[in-house]
Design a protein around this ligand. Sequence first.
Ligand code: AGV
Ligand code: CA
Length: 312
Amino acid sequence: MKRKVYMNHDGGVDDLVSLFLLLQMEDVDLVGVSVIPADCYLEPAIYASRKIIDRFGQGKEIEVAASTSRGKNPFPKDWRMHAFYVDALPILNEHLPIQTKEAELPAHQHLIRTLRNSNERVTLLFVGPLTDLARALDEAPDIEEKIEKLVWMGGTFLPTGNVEEPEHDGTAEWNAFWDPEAAKIVWDSEITIDLVALESTNNVPLTVDVRNKWAREREDIGIDFLGQCYAMVPPLVHFQTNSTYFLWDVLTTATIGNSNVIKRKIVRCFVHPDGKSQGRTELNKQGREVNLVYEVKREQFFSYITDLARQK
Ligand code: AGV
Ligand code: CA
C-alpha cells in the first residue's frame, strides 16, 4: 500500500530536488505540497514546484499552496535567490503554461484541509522551518490524530550548528533558528518526530566526484536535472564554510523512501525558543522523545538517489 505524504518546503535547491525525488518514489502518494518563504522567495519557489510536478509528476494532480508565514530570523538573500535559478531552467519551461494548480488556501490551512479530508494518516515531510505546522496545530488541534509522523530536517546536538549570525552563539541549525517558537510548539505536541539533524547531513556534502558522476550520466533527463540544479550552489573544495552545500533535505526525503541508508535512535531533547541560543535543540532527560537520524551510509545514499532520479 502507498504511504500518503504531505510536503512543506522552503524553495532551496535541495528542497526542489527533494520534491522531484519524492515524485519518483513508487510507494509514496504525495497528497499536497506547500511552500514557505524562508530560504527562498515565494513566487519563484511556487512556480518551480508547480513546473517540477508538471514535468516529473507522471500526470499526478497535486496542488501547491503558498504560505503566509513569516519567520523571526531571516535567511541570507544570496541563499534565498536560488529558487529563481531553478525556476528559470529550460527543462522546466519547455511546456508552458503551467498545468499544476496553486491552491486557494494559504499553506497552513491547505495542510489542515488535506489532513481532515484524508481517511488515512499522513506522513508530514518538512524540509524548512515548522511555522506552517505550528499554525495549523494552533488553529485545528484535531489534525494531530491524522498525522502518522513528522519527518523534519532541522536541529542538531553538535556543539556547533550552521547559523553564523550576530547576537547568536552558533549552536542552532537554520530551520530551527528561522522560527524557534514554531519548533517549540511542535515539540509540545504528541506528534512522533523523525529528526534529520546536522549529525547525519554533515556526512553528505556535495562533492566533486558526485557532481562528475551526474555529469557523465547527463543523457538521462532526471540525472541531468540533478546536475543542473546543483550547479547553482558553490562547489567549494578546499575548505568548509557556512556556504558548503550538503544534501540536507534530500537525505531527509530519502529516509521516507529507503530507511536502509540511515540509522535512528531515540533521544530526549528540548528546543530553545528564544535568547542567544534560540533554535538550539538540546539533549535533556526531561525533554520530549524524537527519533534522531544520527548516521548515513554515504555511498548507498548517493546510489539510491541517483537510481531514483533516472527516468524510466
Ligand atoms: O540548514 C539546512 C537547511 C536545509 O533545509 N537550509 C538549506 C536546506 O534546504 C538552510 C541552509 C544552511 N546552510 C545553507 C542553507 C547554505 N549554505 N545555502 C543555502 N541554504
Ligand atoms: Ca530547506
